[in-house]
Design a protein around this ligand. Structure first.
Ligand code: UT7
Length: 352
């Protein structure tokens, strides 16, 4: 057996982009209608502003913008599957991905949604990897897109301050596991015993949305923030450790930790728990808020556009969300074409 034999098949990152809608909502603007203030929001969450869609816009509109840019960044090549991961689909039925694929000129490709709330992007990466390594698709477009402004009660001060709308997309191609950009190892997990911690109570088959008897709060996104906070730190740190151990990496091998951008305090707590210097934690939550399934690809695109992440750097991605769900993924950053900075987003990436 020659020592330079190629590694096993893998999914390799070859394109990336983020998109946030132009409308910016500052903390001061929220404080005009909510009993809150800029200092509280910054101190408790690290968030200064977020972007939100206008009336008439939907999740697919953001997904198409991010998807088009990621395809352009990746360069030409046939796309066999489009995955959209979202908690805010355009409609309960059908999935959002087929419409996104059609609008991107990819009608005919396999297209479906993945639902894992804020862990959706990492679950989507694992799903895309499976499609590629099983030979189902040569290339996959994976888009994380969410518009929490459509499900959060605008008068719920705990949640209205955290979430923002946005989309991030990656293109993965068939390659070898020893190439830079090959995604994996993975760690994925869930604990449905805590499904009530992050939920929309009504509108599904358990509690049908049949009209007046459904209370207003049951149609809105609800999160028991304080309990979620504790689970988020424990689960993210545990998942990060599990994936590092699976791959035989040490914490110090990680150049950039790219966590789901839930709340700056959570990200720093996880980094501290892992004994990772905080400056290795990629963050853009300050300028976009918590964008759900879009948050990791948006943070990656932001860091790449600033050339804060370079070819050969080793990345740890870790997410946590409703379900509860969590997951992590490792990759070595590939040499990618320069990514233009998004004119709509003045990010606040901190990375070494
Ligand atoms: O994305 C997936 C998972 N999501 C997360 O990981 C988010 C996790 N949770 C959080 O980020 C935080 O729990 C929040 C930002 C939601 C809340 O921050 P906290 O530091 O956990 O606050 P808390 O819920 O413990 O509330 C402390 C106090 C309460 O007042 P009392 O009862 O002590 O008088 C709240 O009513 O802060 C109050 N409060 C606010 N005050 C001013 C809650 N929201 C606000 C607000 N402005 N916006």
């Amino acid at each position: 057996m020659p020592t330079d034999a190629p590694g096993p098949p893998a999914a390799v990152l070859c394109g990336l982009a983020g998109w946030v809608p132009p409308r910016v909502v500052t903390n001061d603007e929220l404080a005009e209608r909510l009993d809150t203030d800029d200092a509280w929001i910054r101190t408790r969450t690290g968030i200064s502003r977020r972007h939100v869609i206008e009336q008439g816009q939907a999740t697919s509109d953001l997904a198409v913008e991010a998807g088009r840019r990621a395809l352009r960044h990746a360069g030409a090549g046939p796309v066999g599957a489009v995955i959209v991961t979202t908690t805010t689909p355009d409609r309960p039925c059908p999935a959002t991905a087929p419409a996104v694929a059609a609008r991107l000129g990819l009608a005919g490709a396999a297209a479906f949604d993945v639902g894992a709330v804020c862990t959706g992007f990492v679950y989507g990466l694992a799903t895309a990897t499976g499609l590629i390594t099983a030979g189902v698709a040569e290339r996959v477009l994976l888009i994380g897109a969410d518009t929490y402004s459509t499900i959060v009660d605008p008068l719920d001060r705990a949640n209205a301050i955290i979430f923002g709308d946005g989309a991030g997309a990656v293109v993965l191609r068939a390659g070898r596991a020893d190439e830079p950009g090959a995604v994996g190892a993975f760690d994925l997990g869930s604990d449905g015993a805590h499904e009530d911690l992050i939920t929309i109570t009504a509108g599904g088959s358990r509690q049908r949305s049949s009209g007046d008897e459904v209370q207003r709060h049951e149609r809105h996104f609800a999160m028991r923030g304080n309990e979620v906070y504790r689970h988020a730190v424990t689960r993210m740190a545990g998942s990060a450790r599990a994936v590092l151990s699976k791959a035989g990496w040490k914490t110090d091998d990680v150049d950039h930790f790219v966590p789901h951008q839930a709340n700056l305090r959570i990200l720093h707590s996880v980094a501290d728990d892992l004994a990772l210097p905080r400056e290795r934690c990629v963050t853009n939550v300050g300028s976009v808020g918590n964008t759900g399934a879009a948050s990791i690809p948006l943070a990656l695109a932001d860091a790449a556009a600033r050339q804060a992440v370079r070819a050969g750097d080793r990345l740890l991605l870790t997410a946590f969300g409703g379900g509860l769900t969590w997951g992590s993924c490792l990759l070595t950053w590939p040499a990618l074409a320069h990514l233009p900075a998004d004119p709509n987003d003045r990010g606040d990436t901190t990375t070494r």
